[in-house]
Design a protein around this ligand. Structure first.
Ligand code: ADP
Length: 542
């Protein structure tokens, strides 16, 4: 027997419709790419998103067609976002930090028909436009006065383009499992892979993000997502904030410490979200200038592990820290380190210990850890294994790749290695491809890196497994020293000694001038493995 509730498909444009009706005057503030601060509200965003829908519809963009955006967090990007999805087209957010060849590869793979972009990226796109024949038109997020001369095909300023629509248009209706948005993983191994979100998965993910133990914001709060819209829907904030009526503050192209601080201060921002690199810049700016942020209450940090010193710096400012883990394939929220009983009352180091975990999943994400053969491992906080997940906002396949990516129970292998404790708190130990397999046991490269950067002379550290005739693999520590600082191999080994198991100690240390990074700011271990493929340990003959 079926229930007798209404058929009410979970469609993304219902979110912006709700925001316009119930929170219509709530502000969206942007540091525009052109320079000045721009102010609008949810009602205007909805009205102009409808014009985007109408204009795309008139241009022949249909259900399932891909429309790309290569753009900063701005109000125009948000309008385009809902406008594209509102006719059942797919909003494909492209990461502008990728190499131009990779951008062209992704656009071709997605077969995007329209590309919307900021002034910043026009010169890059002009160089690769001939490699992207599927694009029929470029729309530049600006007005006529700021529009540059460009060779881009059918290029038009966004403001002129939507001015040709009168807004007398209705959102299209379709099935809730229809594709809504698309985001390619950064492709640190092999070609990038297209993750295809549905309307249903995005709406459910927004509801998951809306609790106090998740992103923690309400209608009375102000959220500044430093995390870009092209990074897994700005961690869901592009859906969750309008669904609650939270005021949004968009940083545009300026993500440095001083610019982010200025917006946090002048807009009285209560909540913000970004990767550790962004918070490092902000905290340095605050410390160097003896500044305060009396309105800031809540910082979400994810994308890579949040260092303990950073957690402490925010806690000391009286700010709630929410360390989060997730990935593009999970829309992206996987776990968040809220302190539930019996941990809420902890103080000092014990509290920092819990805040530093990657946390526990909200309802809608299930986890397990397994060994290489797929056997489930215990949740004892010590045993580590491959972290696998399932849920309504977790990928089951990649776009145009015909391969099964789930195990027999329907779980997706995240590629991370983790422990889970009896309370459900997960700790990432490593990426499975980076974990060092020494004599049949696993060594966490992340733990070694975290320890090494604690040495005062070390700017950045990376650990890779290098072949060893006796142990299969052993850890090689690659160190970039701080400018002007000195430390020898022995100094660093002495510093690490006694803080980890003896057999985890790196077999050697090499010093480099710079450590390579991916487009999302993670250490590029594939490049390091390549660089050191001919390396052999001094003790390798033993
Ligand atoms: P990509 O995999 O393409 O680099 P994602 O942004 O999807 O892009 O990265 C997801 C990965 O980032 C996770 O699988 C995990 O390895 C890492 N990650 C994300 N958040 C954290 C965190 N809080 N702590 C440690 N690692 C994290």
């Amino acid at each position: 027997m079926l229930g007798l509730m209404q058929d009410w498909p979970l469609l993304c444009h219902r979110i912006i419709e709700h925001a316009a009706q119930i929170h219509g005057t709530q502000e969206i503030v942007t540091r525009s790419v052109e320079g000045p601060i721009h102010r609008t509200n949810y009602k205007n965003i909805r009205d102009r998103a409808l014009k985007v829908s109408q204009r795309l519809d008139r241009d022949g963009i249909k259900l399932g067609d891909r429309v790309a955006t290569i753009a900063w967090n701005t109000w125009r990007h948000l309008e385009a976002w809902y406008g594209i999805m509102g006719i059942g087209a797919i909003c494909h957010t492209v990461n502008p930090r990728l190499f131009p060849e990779q951008i062209a590869w992704i656009v071709n793979h997605a077969q995007d028909r329209v590309l919307m972009t900021d002034l910043t990226f026009v010169p890059i796109l002009e160089k690769i436009a001939d490699k992207m024949p599927s694009i029929e038109r470029y729309v530049v997020f600006t007005d006529k006065a700021h529009m540059p001369q460009t060779t881009l095909k059918n290029a038009v300023p966004y403001e002129d383009w939507i001015a040709q629509a009168d807004g007398d248009f209705k959102w299209k209706t379709f099935e809730e499992n229809t594709a809504a948005a698309m985001c390619y993983t950064s492709g640190t191994t092999g070609d990038p892979k297209g993750v295809l979100y549905s309307h249903r998965s995005n709406v459910l993910h927004a509801l998951m993000a809306n609790t106090g133990d998740s992103l923690g914001a309400n209608a009375g709060d102000t959220m500044l997502p430093v995390v870009p819209l092209f990074h897994a829907n700005s961690w869901g904030i592009a859906f969750s904030a309008p669904s609650m009526g939270t005021k949004l503050v968009f940083p545009g192209a300026k993500l440095d410490g001083a610019s982010v601080f200025e917006l946090l201060e002048t807009e009285k921002v209560t909540h913000t979200a970004g990767v550790p690199t962004v918070w490092l810049m902000l905290l340095n700016h605050i410390a160097a200038n003896h500044l305060k942020l009396p309105h800031l209450r809540f910082v979400v940090c994810g994308g890579s592990a949040m260092p303990r010193s950073m957690i402490k710096a925010f806690v000391d400012m009286g700010v709630t820290v929410r360390h989060a883990w997730g990935m593009t394939e999970m829309s992206p929220i996987g776990t968040l380190a809220a302190l539930k009983p019996p941990f809420a009352e902890l103080e000092g180091d014990a509290r920092l210990d819990m805040l530093q975990t990657q946390g526990y999943p909200p309802f809608g994400v299930q986890m397990k850890i397994t060994d290489d053969a797929g056997k489930e491992l215990p949740w004892d906080g010590k045993t580590f294994g491959r972290l696998k997940v399932s849920g309504p906002a977790v990928s089951k396949a990649y776009f145009r790749i015909d391969a099964n990516i789930l195990d027999e129970d329907g779980y997706f292998d995240t590629g991370d290695v983790a422990t889970i404790d009896g309370h459900g708190y997960m700790r990432i130990t490593d990426r499975s491809k980076d974990v060092i397999k020494s004599g049949g046991e696993w060594i966490s490269s992340i733990d070694l890196e975290n320890l090494a950067v604690g040495h005062p002379a070390v700017a950045e550290a990376a650990v890779i497994g290098v072949h060893h005739p006796k142990w299969d693999e052993r850890p090689l520590l690659i160190v970039q020293l701080k400018q002007g600082a000195t430390a020898t191999r022995e100094d660093i080994l002495k510093y690490m000694d006694g803080k980890i198991a003896k057999w985890w100690m790196p077999d050697d240390i090499v010093f480099v001038d710079g450590i390579p990074h991916t487009a999302t700011g993670k250490i590029l271990k594939t490049a390091l493995r390549d660089q050191f493929k001919a390396y052999s340990f001094p003790n390798a003959a033993a």
